[in-house]
Design a protein around this ligand. Structure first.
Ligand SMILES: Cc1ncc(C[n+]2csc(CCOP(=O)(O)OP(=O)(O)O)c2C)c(N)n1
Ligand code: SF4
Ligand SMILES: [Mg+2]
Length: 335
């Protein structure tokens, strides 16, 4: 099945004017995930079907009898972005084969939040990435919590963060002791049938849209993971969303990379960092957010060390953990 061939936008002035996710939604002021929806579908264009799992980007964008979506859109259950994407792509294929609809390339994009994708829907996404016969993109908008139900911790929440399920207490200051799950790396490493995996950040908007266009053009099942500052859950002034998105990359906390046909490439500021550019201290990112306000000097230092280790000790900096030495040690331990 052919895909639409979407050429990359060569700079912000070349981006199309048309909007397929418009005003009128009810997301919070400064919500980066709403911007991700707008850019994602702008990049995809009008011949697109969007499926959205439960979460802020469902609830706030579809009030009874009204929606911001201009393209066809359907809500799907919280953990099922993967199965909804496969089902829709299969249905379109069958309808075209039977001559019931025009034979033409149609983009299928299923989005999910981190709760719905990194946690609950991981198995369905994994299965979807093995269905080579269908063209579909799964985009995870990651605001690092179950935001819609009042900011509960997820497997994608950062270490030490204050959420409604991990509030700092007198006895235990740090309640979330897990380092953020390595979603894109895990999917790229474990799904040889998936031709394209990328991480994006809407503060680098043209890059982000071009990653969406590339994923849709390459065809087969593809995956994009977007880090989305969330003023409510991260507790900061809404005007800082763009700055926080930039800082996440500049501090090295969120590396921008793509894996195309098994080949890894860093891009944007992460490319310079991978080549040796100094990263900004994580403190600059952490101290702008109320969700880290309980951090002591020791906590900031720990966060910095863990981030440094991602770049200095991992097999592929910021992407795949374990050094060759650590891997060898693991093998010896198993033998
Ligand atoms: C099976 C199921 N369990 C729980 C819920 C309640 N629920 C609705 S939205 C949501 C949060 C989803 O979090 P995430 O996927 O990260 O999206 P966000 O709200 O952050 O945009 C939850 C737990 C549900 N709708 N379905
Ligand atoms: S809680 Fe966060 S993700 Fe949800 S609408 Fe508000 S800013 Fe956006
Ligand atoms: Mg979320």
């Amino acid at each position: 099945m052919q895909t639409l061939q979407l050429e990359p936008f060569k700079g912000v002035k070349k981006v199309t004017q048309e909007e397929y996710f418009t005003s009128g939604h009810r997301t919070c002021q400064g919500c980066e995930s709403a911007l991700v929806m707008k850019l994602m579908v702008k990049a995809a264009g009008p011949r697109t079907v969007v499926l959205g799992s439960t979460g802020c980007m469902y609830v706030a964008n579809t009030t009874y009898y009204s929606t911001s979506w201009v393209v066809p859109w359907m809500h799907t259950q919280l953990g099922s972005s993967g199965s909804a994407a496969v089902g829709t792509a299969a249905a379109l294929k069958a309808l075209m084969r039977k001559g019931k609809i025009l034979q033409e390339p149609v983009n299928v994009i299923a989005f999910c939040g981190d709760g719905g994708g990194v946690d609950m829907g991981l198995s369905a996404i994994s299965a979807a990435l093995q269905h080579e016969g269908y063209n579909l993109l799964i985009l995870c908008y990651d605001n690092e919590s179950y935001a819609n139900t009042d900011i509960q911790v997820s497997g994608s929440s950062p270490w030490g963060v204050n959420t409604t399920f991990s509030p700092p207490g007198k006895k235990h200051r740090i309640m979330n002791r897990r380092w953020k799950k390595n979603m894109a790396g895990m999917l790229a490493a474990g799904h040889p049938t998936c031709r394209y995996v990328a991480t994006v950040d809407a503060s680098f908007a043209v890059d982000m849209m071009n990653k969406v266009r590339k994923a849709l053009s390459i065809g087969g099942p593809t995956f994009i993971h977007s880090l989305d500052p969330c003023p409510k859950g991260w507790d900061y002034d809404p005007m800082l969303s763009h700055e926080l998105g930039e800082l996440a990359v500049e501090t090295g906390i969120w590396p921008l990379y793509e894996v195309e046909d098994g080949k890894l490439g860093f891009y944007s500021k992460s490319k310079a960092i991978a080549a040796g550019r100094k990263r900004k201290p994580v403190r600059e990112y952490l101290e702008r957010q109320g969700r880290f306000a309980h951090f002591t000097e020791e906590d900031v230092e720990f966060f910095q060390q863990k981030t440094d280790a991602m770049w200095e000790k991992w097999l592929i900096p910021g992407v795949i953990p374990f050094t060759p030495e650590e891997k060898a040690a693991l093998r010896v331990a198993v033998e």
